[in-house]
Design a protein around this ligand. Structure first.
Ligand code: GLN
Length: 390
């Protein structure tokens, strides 16, 4: 039989999706794959019903329906202060997963180096493989997850083509400071490097932290390719609506890649999501309040159990230290946790390049009652470990 391609041989199964599968198998509370167990705003659901009867049902313009891009450009301007021409600077994609892949394929040649902070969201590894890029990993060191400036500089000295920045960060919950971002910007300029950002958690951020869109830094608009999505902001992860914005020259390229990858994002869903993009500022404030409450509810259980964790500044993930459970194999520990305690988490090692396996990631994009139920189960963690630990 002919062989499958070399590039796919390097892929493993997504650990995040694997943990969702294992969670379903044991019927545990799934705090592994990050997605809400609550509905999107009613306005979006109503708009989706109208789209079902009134359309559109055929292809939208490949880089996004005009009314969706117009609303999106205005929303981006409101959130970031950046001026975005919906004809020149914007491409609508199938989730930010495609946004990131299309961006990488647009700027990276096989063999080019790409700087990636570790830990990183697992798709970036696959993006690098598919685009033929060679990642240079720069550690974000726990528990504060800051980077060493000399280490980052030495990564830039290896002539990378691009750097991938996830801010607020999945899985660490870190929000990069203005100082850190300015330092990255200065290196990008000095070494002439693209910055590809993943800003899907821009609105899930906790006081006093502030999200700074990388493209809004001085001189960065031209070299920043911003990937984002509506998934987290409007609780519609299954709608697969993402986007890329940036300078016209690079966006022309992303448009072409996107066209041949997927043709376009779902037309009726773009139509329905316009109402989300027009939500008033109070919607985003409320989203922030709701997630702050969720973070506080979930971490209050971690405090009660006296588990060590890094308090999230943004996004909806928390990395928890499991060293005391002698778990040098976090994969095994997460399976055990699903089976014996009934709560699913993601083994931290799937995010780190370094051999780190004393951390596991929980997400808390869940109804408060789900978080309480998971917390109650976790309260028994030590007792169960003593009885039935491996
Ligand atoms: N971004 C989410 C996470 O990190 C969902 C990942 C996925 O399965 N697409 O859990």
């Amino acid at each position: 039989m002919p062989q499958t391609s070399n590039r796919t041989k390097d892929f493993g199964e997504s650990i995040i999706r694997k943990m969702s599968r294992i969670s379903n198998q044991y019927g545990s509370i799934n705090l592994s794959q990050g997605f809400p167990d609550f509905d999107p705003p009613q306005e979006l659901q109503d708009a989706l019903s109208s789209a079902a009867t009134q359309g559109p049902h055929q292809y939208a313009i490949t880089w996004g329906a005009k009314n969706f891009r117009d609303a999106l450009a205005q929303k981006i301007e409101r959130s970031t202060g950046l001026e975005v021409d919906p004809e020149k600077n914007l491409v609508v994609t199938c989730g930010s997963t495609e946004a990131m892949m299309a961006s990488m394929l647009s700027v990276v040649n096989p063999g080019d180096k790409v700087v990636v902070f570790s830990p990183f969201y697992e798709n970036y590894g696959a993006d690098a493989i598919l685009s033929g890029a060679e990642p240079i990993y720069v550690p974000l060191t726990p528990p504060s997850f800051s980077f060493d400036r000399a280490e980052l500089r030495s990564a830039f000295e290896q002539s990378p083509k691009a750097l991938i920045l996830c801010n607020p960060s999945n899985p660490t919950g870190k929000v990069f400071t203005l100082d850190e971002l300015n330092y990255i910007a200065s290196l990008a300029e000095e070494f002439d490097v693209w910055i590809i950002t993943d800003e899907v958690y821009e609105h899930i951020i906790y006081e006093p932290y502030k999200h700074i869109s990388f493209a809004s830094l001085p001189n960065m608009a031209e070299r920043t390719i911003t990937c984002n999505s509506l998934s987290k902001t409007y609780s519609i992860t299954g709608w697969r609506l993402g986007y890329v914005f940036g300078d016209k020259k690079v966006i022309d390229s992303v448009k072409k890649v996107h066209d041949f990858l997927t043709v376009g994002a779902a037309a009726p869903l773009q139509e329905a999501a316009v109402v989300g993009l027009k939500m008033p500022d109070s919607y985003y404030k409320e989203l922030q309040n709701v997630y702050t409450k969720k973070r506080d509810v979930f971490t209050s259980y971690l405090d009660k159990i006296d588990l060590k964790y890094t308090k999230p500044q943004g996004a909806y993930y928390v990395l928890v230290d499991i060293s005391e459970f002698n778990a040098d194999d976090d994969n095994r520990f997460c399976e055990w946790l699903c089976k014996e305690v009934g709560v699913a988490a993601v083994p931290g090692s799937s995010f780190f390049r370094e051999p780190i396996n004393h951390l596991i990631r929980f997400h808390y994009a869940k109804q408060e009652e789900t978080l309480h139920a998971a917390g109650e189960r976790l309260l028994k963690l030590r007792e169960i470990w003593r009885e039935r630990g491996y």
